[in-house]
Design a protein around this ligand. Sequence first.
Ligand code: SF4
Length: 384
Amino acid sequence: MELWQKLIRESVHTVDHLVEQFNMDRKTAEDLDEFFQARINPYYLSLIRYPGDPIWLQCIPDKVELEDFTAIDDPLMEDAMSPVPNITHRYPDRALFLVTSQCGIYCRFCTRKRKVGDYEKISMKGLESAFDYLEEHAEIRDVILSGGDPLMLTDTMLEKILKRLRTIKHIEIIRLGTRMPVVLPQRITQKLCNVIKKYHPIYVNTHFNHPWEVTPESTEACEMLANAGVPVGNQMVIMKDINDDPAVVKELMQKLLKIRVRPYYMYMADETKGANHFRTSIETGMKIVEALRGHTSGLAIPHFVIDAPGGGGKIPLLPNYVLHMDEEKIILRNYKNEVYSYKNYADKNNPDGFGSKKKKKAQAAKKSVPKKKTEVLVLDEVES
Ligand code: SF4
């Protein structure tokens, strides 16, 4: 058994564990277990510094989850966009391929609770029809392995899936959506990297939410992936009391760049059953973006998005930097609130823009109209 598998085995995950380790009332622990079970592996548990800290909030079940059952189970309508089991096909050229229901920890904010935890939530029986679907749909050039967490599969199982995907000619890119580099970095072994290397181009998107998650272990994991030629991106979710603070997010983004992880997306939290206590205002998100743009390298700035409820996909949000725009110019403010004007040139999309034939003609006509100078001349003539 590999170290990461041993750590999974040693996780806090039963009602008894919750009662003993967190002094939880048994009935509450049972209700929480029924709603969404716990899994806190010893590595992630060791990152907690005090009860209620940003690591604790992400992984320790809380009775507040039981008070919030208004949101729907599948806020992003992934199931409605699932043509066959294990596949969600929302965007034209990409497909989400769910390959396991297991994760290194069970995050309390998870939007995919309906698919995560019990083994039967994502069936391995669905893999064959998923491969068939991917083979039949030549428009799919990008497949994202997710779940659950695809790195909960053994190297052998993962390789089987990667190998099979690589037999499908139209699939150009494979992505792994995994929290393992963050929550169980021991999973990133040289053996795993050697498997991944054989099936490039493979991208990894991981999910750091707080600077305390950047540890010597997670640094090593991300660097091993980068050294195996895997571009690693990060998706962060803004959550109350975890990272709803511009200074915390800036520190995280800067730390990520140092460990060769590129900030990719920063999400507003989804409307998720049992997790609405994590949600923040959009103003908080805007404030965070404003605190990044101009104040740190553009490489450290992720796209700020809302994953639209009802399956609308990711919609980008930006603070308002445009004060005015017309066909000839745009008036902008920068991160220091200084105002600048930039000429809006003519082209096929803006035929009447600055420097257009029409504008040049109008300017020339203006120049040829006798102006004040002529009048002066006339006056001179009269005087003489
Ligand atoms: S790792 Fe991802 S899928 Fe698994 S519980 Fe956390 S957020 Fe959900």
